[in-house]
Design a binder for this molecule. Structure first.
Ligand code: PLP
Length: 416
């Protein structure tokens, strides 16, 4: 290869990203407080000041997940690493796992089970529909040797919320453990890990936590801890082996890997902000902004993909109106309004838009900007558009749904 191929004509300079408004499926906007926390001095990952912060982080995570699980911490890696950590530790070769698939992420769970040498029994539901508890129960009846039930609580590819409480209750009745993906639900929709008796739960920093991507909060029940401690064979992944991770996030604080200290400051700040706001308030805020966006979009004749009772407030999947060049709309929103919305994935590619209202992105300014920008772009592209009508509808929705006062849940005591 000629040398010049290694040196592009453009002069390399400091990278200054543009200021965007992120209303796609994640990442969502990072809160300025979280960004500034990240810019604080780097500490050694075994510094006592840092390890004290780690303890607070575990407490804040227990609050966010509503659990008393001792084994609750952020994995160094994106949501996909949290997902993989659950499967590599809990699935042994030959194990049967019931996996529910109603979108992209259920498909990844199947892939994980198979790579661990397990057998995935797939419970299929249509894209845009929740996991059907009856089908899960039928699969468990037909597969009495199944060990685990895995499903996605909030399917980001379709905007559907499944009934985690009922699914976990069924799994328990058939003596199965549960692995639950809450990457998009944590902070945006109610999750009651202990009350629902979830065994393994994972999430991501960049969706409803107003934090940059790259960390994956996880929490495991005592049943999982016993299972992993008593494994016959070593976990095939050195990095994700819970027994080893425990050495660092537990009390002994032995070096495992260099924790991403500054990224963890960011997560600490974002979880602290969630605690200050109160989980219930955050859930209500996500719902209220969703209602307003919905009122505006419906005024524009845009229809939702998901039936109302299963809709995620933080991920609004809608049908692209007939005759609209969906790609060109997204291009103009980004170029002219610095506004990012999500395209459809998989079965929904080219047919669906996904409007994220997650974490710090779930706010009035974003709803209003999005509606007004969309009306203008439609109008510029020659689609009949009643300029201002969508914002008026959103305004009415806001006026009719005042936000309750912040009310904190109690913070569980420090674990060991
Ligand atoms: C985003 C997402 C993931 C993957 O998270 P990454 O941080 O991209 O690895 C997994 N599950 C769901 C439901 C998600 O929305």
């Amino acid at each position: 290869m000629a040398t010049k191929d290694f040196y592009p004509a453009k002069k390399i300079n400091t990278f200054y990203p543009p200021q965007r408004t992120l209303m796609g499926p994640g990442p969502s906007d990072t809160h300025p407080r979280v960004l500034s926390a990240m810019a604080r001095p780097t500490l050694g990952h075994l510094d006592p000041v840092f390890t004290e912060m780690m303890e607070e982080m575990k407490t804040l995570l227990r609050y966010s997940f509503q659990t008393n699980n001792l084994l609750t911490f952020p994995v160094s890696g994106p949501g996909s690493v949290g997902m993989e950590m659950c499967f590599v530790n809990m699935v042994n070769p030959g194990d049967k796992v019931i996996v529910c698939r109603n979108g992209v992420f259920g498909g990844r769970m199947i892939e994980n089970v198979q790579r661990c040498g397990g057998t995935a029994v797939v419970v299929e539901d249509k894209w845009g529909e929740p996991v059907d508890p009856q089908k899960v129960e039928d699969a468990l009846k037909q597969n009495p040797d199944a060990k685990i039930v895995a499903f996605v609580h909030a399917e980001t590819s379709t905007g559907v919320l499944s009934d985690a409480r009922t699914l976990c209750e069924i799994a328990r009745r058939y003596n199965c453990m549960t692995i639950v993906d809450t990457v998009t639900s944590l902070g945006g929709s109610p999750i009651l890990t202990d009350e629902w008796k979830i065994d393994a739960i994972y999430s991501g920093s960049q969706k409803c936590l107003s934090c940059p991507p790259g960390l994956s909060p996880v929490s495991f029940s005592e049943r999982v801890v016993d299972l992993v401690k008593n494994r016959q064979r070593k976990v095939q992944s050195w990095f994700m082996d819970l027994n080893l991770q425990l050495g660092y996030w537990g009390t002994s604080r032995t070096y495992h890997h260099t924790a991403p200290t500054n990224a963890l400051y960011a997560l600490h700040e974002s979880l602290f902000m969630l605690y200050e706001e109160g989980l219930e308030h955050s859930w209500a805020r996500h719902q209220r902004n969703h209602q307003a966006l919905k009122a505006g979009l419906e005024t524009m004749g845009i229809e939702f993909v998901v039936a109302e009772k299963y809709r995620l407030p933080q991920l609004n999947a809608v049908h692209v109106p007939a005759g609209v060049d969906e790609k060109e709309v997204r291009r103009r929103l980004l170029a002219d309004y610095s506004l990012e919305i999500g395209a459809g994935l998989g079965d929904f590619a080219g047919k669906v838009w996904r409007f994220g209202l997650m974490g710090y992105s779930s706010k009035i300014e974003n709803v209003m900007l999005c509606l007004s920008a969309l009306e203008s772009v439609f109008s510029d592209m020659g689609k009949k558009s009643d300029l201002g009508a969508a914002e008026a509808a959103a305004h009415k929705s806001y006026a009719a749904n005042p936000l309750p006062l912040p009310q904190q849940m109690s913070l569980p005591l420090h674990g060991k």
